[in-house]
Design a protein around this ligand. Structure first.
Ligand SMILES: Nc1ncnc2c1ncn2[C@@H]1O[C@H](COP(=O)(O)OP(=O)(O)OP(=O)(O)O)[C@@H](O)[C@H]1O
Ligand SMILES: [Mg+2]
Length: 511
C-alpha cells in the first residue's frame, strides 16, 4: 500500500537546541508504526509538527501523496489527522458527548443531543471503546478518558491517528484492549503512529518501528526483525541493562506503620478497608494492584491531601509519631517525600524555571538562603548538581521553564528534588517511572536501590508489575482497598532471580 505519511527533512530548533534534526520518515497506509526514543529525543515535537501545532523550520509533509502545509491543528484535522496527546486535553466539567463534539459543532443550541449521544454510543461499541456518552469526564477513570480521546478522533473521521504514549496511564488489561482496537482500526485502513517507551508493547503491536535519538532519526526497521535489546541500544546509543542488581540486606527498624486504615468517600463508597502494612528501614515495600483499588486514597492519606469530607479511620505512624491528618508541609517536615501520580497537577509549576522547581516545597531549607533572602548562587549550583546526577536533559539556556522540558525530564526533576530532601526517612513513590525512557528507568531504579541501601524506607506504588518485582523487598497485593496477600522477601527474591512465575501469582491476587 502507498504511504499515508511521508515526512522529509524535517528540522525544528528551539533556541540552540535541535529538537528535530533532518528527520525523514514514511508510514504505510493501514499500518501501525511505532516511534521510540529517549526522553527529549524529539518524538512529541515531530508529532506536533505533523498535527499542525508546531511549524517546522524546514522540510516537507506529504499526506496520501500530497504535499501539505499546516498552519494550525484545524487544518491537520481537516486533512484527516487526529492526535491523542501525552497529557489529555479533555474538559472535565463537560460530558463525554460534549467533549467529543467540542470544536466541531458551531452552536450549542441547535444540537440534537439525544441523537449525538446515540451516535457516540454506537461508535464506541463498534470499535471496542464502550463508554457512557452522558457521563461527566471528571468521573471517568484514565482508561475511560483515553477511550473518549480516541472516539473524538474517530468521530472526526481521522484516518491518521497519532497516539503519544497512550499506555503510560493504562492498566495491563486496558492496554490489551486498546491494542485490539488499534489493530482493527489499522485493518480498516487507518494509519497509526504510536509513541511509547514500552518496548514490549511496540514489539507486540506495531508493523514497523522508528527510533529517534537527540532529534535525529536513527533508523526504521520492520518490527518482525526487531528485539527489545536492539531497540534499547538504538535509542540510548549503548547497551542497556534490562535487569538491575538488587542485593538483599537485613531491614532495620519499622519506619511507617499503617494499621486498620479505613476510607469512606463523601459519596459513601468504601475505598480502603482495614488496610495494614509496615515499611522498615532499608526496605522497599511494593504495592501491586490495578489502578482504582484504593491507591489514590492511600496516597492522599499519606500526604495529608485527602478529602476532608471523607470518613477516615485507623492509624498511620512514622517512627512512632502519628501523622494521619497532618498537613502536607508538616508531613514533609517529619522527613517524608512523595512522588505523586500526577506530576503536572501536583508536583511542578510549569511556567517556573528548573532551578525554582528543584527547590519547590524545599524552599525553606537553610541551604538555599543567605540572610533573609534566597541565595541564588546556591540554588543555581544545586540545579547544576541535580541535572548531572539525574541526567536531566534540557536546553542549555539560562534556567529554562520546566514546561519546555520533555515529559520524562520533568519527572526526573521531581525525583531529584524529592529524593535529595535532607533528613529523609520515608520516600513514597507513585508510578515513579511513568513516561520515562528505558535508559532513564535504569538510572532511577539504581538511585532508588542506593537510597534503600542507605537505610531509607520506601513505599512503592506502581501499576507496572515488572517494576514492583525488580525493586521491592516485599510485595503487598492491593485489591478493593485492602492488602489481600503479602509476598515475603524470599518469595520476591526467588521471583526476581529464578523467573518463578511471581508475576502470574501476583496477578491472581489483584484481579
Ligand atoms: N516549547 C519548547 N521550548 C523549548 N524547548 C522545547 C520546547 N518543546 C520541546 N523542547 C525541547 O525539545 C526537545 C525534544 O522534546 P520532545 O518533547 O519532542 O521530546 P520527546 O521525545 O517527546 O520526549 P518524552 O519521551 O520525554 O516525552 C527537548 O529537549 C525539549 O526540552
Ligand atoms: Mg513526548
Amino acid at each position: 500500500m502507498a504511504d499515508a505519511i511521508r515526512l522529509s527533512g524535517i528540522n525544528r530548533q528551539f533556541g540552540q537546541l535541535k529538537a528535530n534534526d533532518n528527520v525523514s520518515l514514511s508510514v504505510r497506509a493501514g499500518s501501525i508504526h511505532g516511534l521510540v526514543g529517549e526522553n527529549g529525543a524529539g518524538k512529541s515535537t515531530l508529532s506536533n509538527i505533523l498535527y499542525g501545532l508546531l511549524r517546522p523550520d524546514s522540510g516537507t509533509i506529504e499526506i496520501d501523496g500530497k504535499v501539505v502545509v499546516f498552519t494550525s491543528a484545524r487544518q491537520a484535522i481537516e486533512a484527516g489527522i487526529g492526535m491523542v496527546h501525552q497529557h489529555f486535553m479533555l474538559v472535565p466539567t463537560l460530558t463525554v458527548t460534549e467533549n467529543i463534539i467540542l470544536g466541531r459543532e458551531r452552536s450549542r443550541f441547535t444540537l440534537p443531543f439525544k441523537r449525538l449521544e446515540q451516535e457516540i454510543r454506537e461508535l464506541g461499541v463498534r470499535h471496542g471503546l464502550e463508554i457512557d456518552p452522558c457521563a461527566l469526564v471528571s468521573t471517568l477513570s484514565v482508561g475511560e478518558q483515553q477511550r473518549v480521546e480516541i472516539l473524538k478522533l474517530l468521530y472526526r473521521q481521522a484516518r491518521i491517528l497519532i497516539l503519544d504514549e497512550p499506555t503510560a496511564v493504562l492498566s495491563p488489561p486496558e492496554t490489551v484492549k486498546l491494542f485490539a482496537t488499534l489493530r482493527s482500526l489499522a485493518a480498516e485502513g487507518r494509519t497509526i503512529l504510536l509513541i511509547t517507551h514500552k518496548l514490549d508493547e511496540v514489539l507486540a503491536v506495531s508493523d514497523s518501528v522508528s527510533v529517534m535519538r537527540k532529534g535525529a532519526l536513527v533508523g526504521t526497521i520492520p518490527t518482525a526483525s526487531a528485539t527489545k535489546e536492539e531497540l534499547a541500544r538504538m535509542m540510548v546509543g549503548r547497551n542497556v541493562l534490562l535487569k538491575i542488581d538488587n542485593p538483599q540486606q537485613v531491614p532495620g527498624r519499622p519506619v511507617l506503620c499503617i494499621e486498620r486504615l479505613d476510607y469512606v468517600a463523601a459519596d459513601g463508597s468504601r475505598k480502603l478497608h482495614e488496610l495494614g502494612l509496615k515499611v522498615h528501614e532499608g526496605e522497599i515495600y511494593g504495592i501491586a494492584g490495578v489502578e482504582g483499588n484504593g491507591q489514590s486514597e492511600l496516597l492522599s492519606l499519606l500526604w495529608g491531601t485527602f478529602d476532608r469530607h471523607a470518613t477516615v479511620g485507623g492509624s498511620i505512624t512514622l517512627g512512632g509519631h502519628p501523622m494521619l491528618g497532618m498537613s502536607p508541609a508538616a508531613i514533609a517536615g517529619l522527613g517524608v517525600s512523595m512522588i505523586p501520580e500526577d506530576r503536572l497537577k501536583s508536583a511542578i509549576v510549569p511556567e517556573y524555571g528548573i532551578e525554582e522547581n528543584l527547590i519547590f516545597g524545599r524552599h525553606r531549607e537553610r541551604g538555599f538562603h543567605r540572610g533573609i533572602g534566597f541565595d541564588h548562587d546556591k540554588i543555581h549550583r544545586n540545579a547544576g548538581v541535580m541535572i548531572d546526577r539525574y541526567d536531566i536533559r534540557c536546553s542549555s539556556g539560562d534556567n529554562p521553564a520546566i514546561a519546555s522540558l520533555s515529559g520524562g525530564n520533568q519527572q526526573k526533576i521531581v525525583l531529584a528534588r524529592e529524593m535529595e530532601r535532607p533528613g529523609l526517612k520515608l520516600l513514597v513513590l507513585a508510578q515513579p517511572t511513568r513516561g520515562v525512557d528505558i535508559g532513564a528507568i535504569e538510572l532511577i531504579h539504581r538511585r532508588i536501590i542506593d537510597a534503600r541501601r542507605n537505610g531509607l524506607a520506601i513505599l512503592l506504588i506502581s501499576s507496572e508489575l515488572e517494576e514492583v518485582i525488580s525493586l521491592s523487598t516485599r510485595i503487598g497485593c492491593l485489591y478493593k482497598g485492602s492488602i489481600r496477600h503479602e509476598f515475603n522477601e524470599d518469595a520476591v527474591r526467588r521471583g526476581r532471580e529464578e523467573a518463578s512465575g511471581l508475576e502470574n501469582e501476583i496477578g491472581l491476587h489483584i484481579t
